[in-house]
Design a protein around this ligand. Structure first.
Ligand SMILES: Nc1ncnc2c1ncn2[C@@H]1O[C@H](COP(=O)(O)OP(=O)(O)OP(=O)(O)O)[C@@H](O)[C@H]1O
Ligand SMILES: [Mg+2]
Length: 276
């Protein structure tokens, strides 16, 4: 045990960032196709930052997030979390997906507690944390409700509470509001800003909605079409909370959109995706 601990300690590199990606690439090999999903991605995320990643459909946003989650492994490059290579999923990096994967036979409270149970927390902790985070996402009145009794936005709040309750060091959000109607989306964007301010969480947030990125991000990375590379980093220095209709947000969203549209008609080069 002591030896293992020493080996783990030795592996830690002082990167000066919570997350560091160094020249990461991912290629998928299926029976018919070889697809380069992302290429030459290098980025650093500091503790407490809210970083958005925007890019056209299929550019590798989910692939990038899944690599940080430990659900996929890069074909090349290194991914370091707190100075250590990411090798598998862990409770310090929790994913919030577009479609909430919740247990229909459990109520809200039990769904949130289930995440804590999987993370190995005891009964008293589970109760305390579930209550705290259900309240934080404004679902206290619905603690006993089952999933079919909730709207899409409420189910997404349950997923968020379940993710936050394990108090991860990084929240990985993959288009979490994309399936919601515009009004619900606006509400959840505002709530997420508050939750982020209150928890101090570090967030990596994938979206193809430029306005959303402008509302939420401290920094916004714009990706190229497949294979995704980071083509631009935009620092956002606007006061919070940010309203979706403020001039500054609308202007910034237009700037991000201009970066994206520049690429929209680009054709992937033949060596990036080809039959084998
Ligand atoms: N498990 C997989 N096996 C084979 N190819 C994959 C796999 N996962 C992703 N890909 C391919 O990698 C590329 C990037 O996919 P990815 O899902 O990361 O894109 P995305 O930017 O998240 O797209 P969207 O905006 O539509 O969600 C696509 O060409 C996709 O077909
Ligand atoms: Mg995706």
């Amino acid at each position: 045990m002591a030896l293992l601990r020493r080996q783990l300690a030795e592996e830690r590199e002082d990167t000066g960032a919570l997350l560091e990606l160094r020249d990461v690439a991912k290629e998928f090999l299926t029976r018919r196709q070889r697809t380069k999903a992302i290429d030459h991605i290098s980025m650093r995320v500091q503790n407490g930052e809210f970083v958005c990643i925007v890019g056209p459909s299929g550019c590798g946003k989910s692939t990038l997030l899944n690599i940080v989650a430990g659900l996929e492994h890069p074909s090349a490059g290194r991914v370091l979390f707190d100075g250590r290579p990411i090798v598998r999923p862990g409770a310090e990096r929790v994913v919030v997906f577009q479609e909430p994967a919740l247990y229909p036979w459990l109520n809200v409270r039990a769904n949130v507690e289930m995440g804590l149970k999987i993370a190995g927390r005891n009964g008293a902790d589970r109760k305390r944390l579930a209550e705290r985070y259900i309240e934080l996402v404004n679902l206290k009145r619905f603690s006993k409700a089952y999933m079919h009794e909730l709207s899409g936005g409420m189910r997404q709040r349950v997923q968020l509470a379940r993710a936050l309750a394990v108090e991860p060091r990084m929240l990985l959000m993959d288009e979490p509001f994309a399936a919601l109607d515009a009004q619900t989306r606006d509400v959840l964007q505002q709530e997420l800003q508050e939750i982020w301010a209150r928890t101090g969480a570090t967030v990596l947030f994938v979206t193809h909605n430029v306005r959303e990125a402008a509302i939420l991000g401290d920094r916004v990375f714009v990706m190229t079409p497949a294979p995704g590379r980071l083509k631009r980093e935009i620092g956002v220095d606007l006061p919070r909370p940010r309203s979706p209709d403020s001039h500054a947000v609308v202007d910034l969203a237009a700037r991000i959109r201009a970066e994206l549209e520049h690429d929209i008609y680009a054709v992937p080069s033949p060596e990036d995706s080809y039959a084998i």
